[in-house]
Design a protein around this ligand. Structure first.
Ligand SMILES: *Cc1c(COP(=O)(O)O)cnc(C)c1O
Length: 493
């Protein structure tokens, strides 16, 4: 199977798409077709790893079976994810299930993809005959940065540099990044918001002269952001696996459909669910949940994407995004793979800050997606009420999804079974979670972990409690327009 750019560039192999990250024309790589899973029954008894091997091999057709196996075996170990389950599904009510995607080493769902990406990438590089060192450049609103650092740490032939918005991540997130160990890692704060950081990284990727300069120094750039196909494809797996788990437990019968709710930022996670649907997983509605940065909700409800709005710093910072990059892939699919149209929309977005789609496309989109948003107060109220009613402690991002799901049920009366993606361990956003439970948070980060443990009884992940004794290695910040220089500095060029 080959991969095309959403803006029309020629198709390339899976390994080439993974090495490049972004297409030369600025578009994103998408598979030329979506393989159908026609033997769900056969996948039922399989472990998460075996299911992953099956899904990945359908897309990574230029990898040998041994190569896919090796990547999966290295990534999804019980040691790294706490158990063989990898992505456990917890029953919350008669019709709501929480899909916990945060049992990996950094306590957030980005691990699901970033534990395997380094292996997919280094394998792809070998297949493409590339001997350069690959430098992973990441703009992060928090979780991606740490997950990339942890995934690439000390992987031969790679370096990883992370830029995070100085005022857009939690204290714990920041601490996780600036204490990162490893000989091939670099971290820097950007004086701006996530979009500034992301635009800076994008500008570096499309700067040919700068790329040539790095190349002269034996370095080729790649992306670990969710625009990389190697990030997206592992995310399809857990939606397939969640469906199989529901079937296996008898919660769904053959032919039954279910909904999926995803707390959304860059549109990567929900897009993976859509791709699972295209492969034959019987998803009824994909429910896109946003925080106060409700640009996607507006788009899905009206067909107008308008980023000219106030940017809100919320208690669910990994969703504080005004430009959801992966939406481009969805639009490409929705428009019937019309690269010209996609290019026009993306140009309009860049030049005028907005674009809109035609009514027939809007209708088509609304058949697939439902959208809603909630503010910080509603998020906190949800954390508290879900904990009180069900004894389940949700992080702030998951709570946005839980709230929007409630709104969905209220508006539509649709009570079919629903899987809610839970994207972070509540301790990762402990301060906001503790505050939501009505406790004082006028204490330091590590006292917050203990207080939350006392209140909830949930075990503190060792990856977070051990941060306390780690020294900060990266203290610097730079202006968005100085990111090129910062990369040189971090690479010692
Ligand atoms: C990244 C992230 C999201 C948003 O996921 P997208 O794929 O960017 O839509 C939601 N919650 C958490 C905790 C995250 O880290």
């Amino acid at each position: 199977m080959n991969f095309r750019s959403t803006r029309g560039d020629a198709a390339v192999s899976a390994s080439r798409a993974i090495v490049k990250g972004l297409a030369p024309d600025g578009g994103l790589y998408v598979p030329e077709s979506f393989p159908k899973i026609d033997n769900m029954e056969a996948l039922l008894p399989l472990s998460y790893k075996e299911r992953a091997k099956y899904v990945l091999s359908r897309y990574l057709t230029d990898f040998t079976a041994e190569e896919v196996d090796a990547c999966v075996e290295a990534a999804y170990t019980a040691e790294k994810f706490g158990s063989e389950e990898i992505a456990p599904l917890k029953k919350l009510t008669d019709h709501a299930y929480v899909l916990e995607l945060w049992h990996g080493p950094t306590c957030a769902f980005k691990d699901m993809a970033l534990q395997i990406l380094p292996h997919l990438l280094t394998t792809s590089m070998q297949k493409c005959g590339i001997r350069d060192e690959v430098c992973i450049l990441v703009a992060t609103s928090g979780d991606t940065g740490k997950a990339a650092l942890e995934g690439f740490k000390d992987v031969d032939g790679t370096r990883v540099l992370v830029f995070f918005p100085r005022d857009g991540v939690s204290n714990i997130q920041k601490k996780q990044m600036v204490t990162q160990e490893g000989k091939n890692v670099g971290v820097m704060a950007v004086e701006g918001n996530f979009d500034d950081a992301q635009n800076g990284v994008k500008a570096i990727f499309t700067d040919e002269a700068y790329g040539a300069f790095l190349k002269e120094n034996g370095i080729s750039l790649s992306s670990a952001n969710s625009i990389n196909w190697g990030r997206l494809v592992p995310q399809i797996v857990y939606y397939v696996s969640a469906y199989l788990d529901l079937l296996k437990k008898g919660e769904l019968g053959e032919g039954d459909t279910f909904n999926v709710v995803v707390p959304t930022g860059n549109f990567g996670n929900i897009l993976a669910a859509y791709y699972a649907k295209k492969m034959g997983v019987p998803i009824h509605k994909l429910i896109c949940a946003s925080n106060a940065n409700d640009v996607l909700t507006e788009f899905i409800c009206t067909g107008v994407y308008n980023k000219k709005r106030n940017f809100h710093l919320t208690i669910s910072p990994s969703m504080d995004i005004l430009i959801s990059s992966n939406l481009e892939r969805f639009l490409y699919d929705l428009s019937g793979e019309d690269a010209e149209k996609v290019s026009d929309w993306m140009r309009d977005l860049k030049e005028n800050g907005e674009y809109w789609i035609e009514d027939d496309m809007l209708e088509k989109m609304q058949e697939i997606l439902w959208a809603g948003s909630c503010d910080d107060a509603e998020t906190k109220e949800t954390i508290r009420s879900v904990f009180e009613k069900h004894g389940y402690l949700a992080d702030t991002h998951t709570a946005v999804a839980l709230r929007v799901y409630d709104n969905y049920v209220e508006k539509t009366g649709d009570t079919r079974k629903t899987v809610i993606a839970s994207t972070a361990n509540p301790y990762k956003f402990g301060q906001s979670v503790l505050d939501a439970l009505g406790e004082s948070t006028d204490i330091d980060d590590f006292e917050i972990l203990s207080a939350l443990n006392k209140k909830s009884g949930l075990a503190i992940p060792e990856a977070l409690s051990s941060l306390q004794n780690k020294a900060s290695r990266f203290e610097k910040a730079c202006a968005p327009e100085k990111m090129r220089e910062a990369v040189k500095e971090l690479l010692l060029l």
